[in-house]
Design a protein around this ligand. Sequence first.
Ligand SMILES: Cc1cc2nc3c(=O)[nH]c(=O)nc-3n(C[C@H](O)[C@H](O)[C@H](O)COP(=O)(O)OP(=O)(O)OC[C@H]3O[C@@H](n4cnc5c(N)ncnc54)[C@H](O)[C@@H]3O)c2cc1C
Length: 354
Amino acid sequence: MGAEVTLIEKDEPGAHASGKSFSWINASYPKKPWSYFHLSRLSLASYLNLQNQLNLDIKWGGSFEWFDTEEQTQMLEKEIKNIQLYDYRKPINEYLVKMIDQDQARNLEPNVNFGSHSSIAFSKIDGAIDSLSAIREFLRKTRDFGGQILFPATFQKFKYLGKKLVAIQTSVGEIATDQVIFACGIDTDSNLNSKIMKSSRPGIILTSKPMEKIIDGVIVAPGVHIHQQIDGKVIIGEQQGAPMSHFDRLTNRPEKFPNEEDSNQHQDRILNIAKKFIPKLSNFDMEKITIGWRPLTKDEKPVVGPLLKMPGVYVAAMHSGITLASIVGNLCQTELLDGNPSSLLEDFRPSRFN
Ligand SMILES: Cc1cc2nc3c(=O)[nH]c(=O)nc-3n(C[C@H](O)[C@H](O)[C@H](O)COP(=O)(O)OP(=O)(O)OC[C@H]3O[C@@H](n4cnc5c(N)ncnc54)[C@H](O)[C@@H]3O)c2cc1C
């Protein structure tokens, strides 16, 4: 059994969060409640499975995370101990997530300056994906299966006959359907007239031109995230969001800097932090700088499932959407095609905001 699928996108696929993401696929720290962590862990396994069917550029190099303050470090150590309970039957040296010191970390990532940090969380199973190339691959496969992809095409409204959804109205005409899935990120509430999302926060990402290989894993250092894709491009994301003083200017969620000077300032600021940890980034040759807006739900946990008051409408909104895409896609498909609600999604239903 299957479904006839039409994907509509108001701009172009990957135009917003998914194409402007740091794209770390992670099951490390500090996802809570544990059902959220568990879902992330399952998603990593689900990606491995998906890689048997699709050509996804994922670099499985693990992740290295550490903090500057004693308080944050203690919290990290405590949470990693909890995560290690997943591996309780393994010998300690085979734990998938563990604390390592700067010498062990340097052995794995010789080009990274870990300073004198002796508590670094190493999550062996994490990876990072080239999300734009993954989107192209998903579209290709959708077309192969007979699906239609329409863009630019904007959802406008629903058409119900009694309580039954029969079509949606879009900017390119009416599309007959009995089931719509809204995976529309920061626009979830404006499309569904719902109260699921809170204000989005921006994040800047720098992408280099392809470089010689510098790192294997995802480096999550104080103030900055760095990884290098399979094609050699280095991706740098900032941890610190925009300061409060910028909030007025940011209410319209701009995806471009007001001028080149601003863009250069941000690039220099982020690159200077990154170079402290990876001096070889002095050769960083910029390909692009992007501003992405994070889809944040009210409690920052995923929101996945049917909208009970709107028959035929299903929503999937979340931060960590790159990490979770694989498992959530899988579970949505099972719920919608087989009609069996998944207990893995119990904690994440949209009904919690009613
Ligand atoms: C800077 C940054 C760093 C991030 N880092 C990570 C990370 O390391 N790991 C991780 O797991 N997650 C990360 N995220 C979060 C992750 O990128 C998002 O959770 C994920 O991309 C959300 O996907 P989405 O499909 O819900 O939203 P989007 O990718 O924004 O897609 C939604 C699409 O819906 C379209 N749309 C909206 N309304 C309509 C309409 N009416 N009709 C038609 N189309 C419509 C939009 O145009 C948009 O393209 C990051 C996000 C940002 C911004």
